[in-house]
Design a protein around this ligand. Structure first.
Ligand SMILES: Nc1ncnc2c1ncn2[C@@H]1O[C@H](COP(=O)(O)OP(=O)(O)O)[C@@H](O)[C@H]1O
Ligand SMILES: [Mg+2]
Length: 219
């Protein structure tokens, strides 16, 4: 379970995002939607422990992540969180399999890589360099890399953003299926995909209003 409480993120440029409280339950899938710039990626980055909240708390399975140091958060992320980044963050000059096997450096068991690639329908590309793949194929590699550690929490930032609707729909169906029993939080703008998720969270309603901090009047 992931609990978001009184969460605020303020950037140096004074953009401030106030999040409404929310609970993501274990075993459920959530679709996050909301206008560009409303704070979706920032929320995923804070849950992943890549960004620190300015105020408030992120509590994962009873543990207040905001009170851990960066090293502990990194360790927690490596062990428990599968993050599918919007821009994939794959290594283009390496093969599909090597992009997954490189996670052994983080102590992750990648012995199921080929089976997972098979589940995702790209096993035959396992020895191809990522730079030779289509957008949809890269997306699947990014999903495989995120799921190989059997993460408790799967974060997916616009996983269908680069795909046409039919392929995007297939990717979402596979992602939801493969992440069953865990918590899936996926950002997507396409409301046609909402039927595949247990819950849809509209961040336009959820954020207490993203605003630029107004400077106080000086008398
Ligand atoms: N590193 C950063 N530095 C300054 N402002 C940022 C940074 N990252 C995001 N923002 C700002 O925070 C707001 C939310 O961004 P983001 O979470 O990326 O939105 P979304 O993913 O919903 O499109 C935007 O106004 C964006 O410009
Ligand atoms: Mg974003």
């Amino acid at each position: 379970m992931i609990e978001i409480k009184n969460l605020t993120k303020q950037f140096q440029n004074e953009t401030e995002i106030d999040y409404k409280d929310i609970v993501f339950e274990t075993g459920k899938s959530y679709m996050l939607l909301g206008a560009s710039g409303c704070g979706k990626s920032t929320l995923l980055n804070m849950i992943a422990g890549i960004l620190s909240p300015t105020q408030g708390e992120i509590i994962i399975d009873g543990k207040n992540m905001s009170q851990s140091n960066q090293k502990d958060r990194d360790k927690f992320r490596i062990q428990n969180i599968g993050y599918i980044f919007q821009d994939f963050k794959l290594i283009n000059d390496m093969t599909v399999l090597d992009n997954i096997n490189i996670l052994r450096l983080e102590g992750i068991d990648t012995s199921n890589a080929v089976m997972l690639l098979k589940d995702l329908g790209i096993e035959e590309k396992k020895n191809s360099k990522v730079k030779h793949l289509s957008g949809g194929q890269k997306q699947r590699v990014a999903i495989a890399r995120a799921l190989i550690k059997k993460p408790k929490i799967i974060l997916a930032d616009e996983p269908t953003g680069n795909l046409n609707f039919a392929i995007g729909e297939q990717v979402i169906k596979e992602l939801v299926k493969i992440s069953q029993g865990n918590t899936l939080i996926a950002v997507t703008h396409d409301e046609r995909l909402s039927k595949y998720f247990d819950e849809v969270i509209d961040m336009n309603e959820m954020t207490g209003g993203m605003h630029d901090v107004v400077e106080k009047e000086v008398f």
